[in-house]
Design a protein. Sequence first.
Length: 611
Amino acid sequence: MSRLTIMSETKSQRVIEDLYKDLERRIIASPPGLCPVDMASAFLRLCHAQTCGKCVPCRVGLGQLQKMIDSVLDGNATLKTLDLIEKTAVNIRNSADCAIGIEAAEMVLKGIRGFRDDYEEHILHGRCTQSLNQPVPCVALCPAGVDIPGYIALIKEGRNEDAVRLIRKDNPFPTVCAYICEHPCEARCRRNMLDDSINIRGLKRYAIEQTGAVPAKENAPSTGKKIAIVGGGPGGLSAAYYLQQMGHQAVIYEKRKKLGGMLRYGIPNYRLPREKLDQEIQVILNTGVEVHMQVDIGKDITMCELDAQYDALYLSIGAQTDKKVGIPGEEGNHVISAVTMLRNIGDDILPDFHGKRVCVIGGGNVAMDVARSAKRLGASMVGIAYRRRKEDMTALPDEVEGALAEGCELFELQAPKRIELDENQNVAALWVQPQIIGMQDRKGRPSPNNADVEEKRIPCDIVVVAIGQGIESAHFKDEGIPIKHGAIDALDHSGVENMSGIFAGGDCVTGPATVIRAIAAGKVAAANIDEYLGFRHEITTDIEIPAANYADRPKCGRIQLKERDTIDRSKDFEPIEFSMSKEEAMQECSRCLRCDHYGFGVFKGGRTTKW
């Protein structure tokens, strides 16, 4: 009889596991702007190394694909080679025995069809279409193009005011982003190759806490031009700030009582303190921005009148209207929209939810905001009904975990079907249909389908609908502004097609997006309006960035921002997050690899504004 042995990890297995982890970190830290053909070749080589070798399509076919793609990179291929690559990949995908060959071939097909122009550029001209215009990963992924390594270096030197000034060169909302930015800059931080990304937002928060409101630099001489901006949210205020800095007079027309848009009417105080927002807005207004509050375009003044009075016009109306679920009972009493609820909270009109059972429909950041707000308003139970899985939620993971930690309950894979009303037309319950997760859609998200089980009743007193926002575009359509799928149809440079002097950007063009993208849209619009008016102003800074040092940077854990205890923070709307200590900030700054100085960073241009 053969003797059995206990399976234990060998030294070679441990080394392989470490190599896989190193490979994962490199993939995570892979910067934007790389040659897609070279990347396809590298991934295909890895896939070929994984094959067991038993089936011909995988063992032989992947090797042939590898040789053909390498011939493209080496300049030995022709345009016919591309057709052969595609045919070979199709054959491998259809005949390989397992996922290794099938998915490798599918990856090649996606590449040859998705960036064929790159393949052709290599064959015809021996070069890649990608450029090294911005090779610093964190800067490239920041929609506003903020000089992140620069301000981290300034913070390390204790020059916090200079750090804030450097941020404001490209982003007039440093404080706002220090509190609520979704920090896309951290996604490809090269520090991921060693341990974990730099806590960029946390360092920005530290600099802000040390300095307070830093005034803007002096405006350029007046040009005599006046630009009307419709909407006083982050996009409109950003455009106004940069236009003022260029010497143009910006005039904002805002529909609400206060400026800020969704910063004020969509983000609760516990995430973004109102006094911090007001200070930030005041810095922008101090540049000379003129403001007209509670002006409804289409009623109080028309687009035609604005177009006649101003040299240019920027539409930044955001996306602040309700979206309906479209289920029976939605018109009942105590069925409210997230937009309405957060707007009232922004105007300091706090609803009384004491002892009430609240059901929130949705899975985005807004749904988490209203759920956590409901807890703070005294709700005895807060449930979040979402038709997909928790991991499929569009809300930031930290926001989801924060809501659950504060006592909210998640009903995942539960699709709302109808709202039960009592004899007085008040909410009595939310009925949901359990789902089973299914095939992936075109965006790669698994689609939910009705499970073969009965509907489920969730007793509640209030239903909050948080499934997204719409755009108030009716008047603009009547005025001749092109509307596509409910949004303003603007070109990449923010200009509205066939409408000279009229520009648009932010959520009213893209649909609901992040704050930093609205800020970036306002910044781009300001530059293009400036050029339309016959100028080419450039926002610069004379701040000297500290030189990079050659000190060793051993592996080190990432500093995470601490939060108030759950039991305390869920009772009020006070800020829940603490800033870094000086010790923590200095350690986190020391982790920065200064990609602006090393590697491809040496190819970057000067520290002028990126438009």
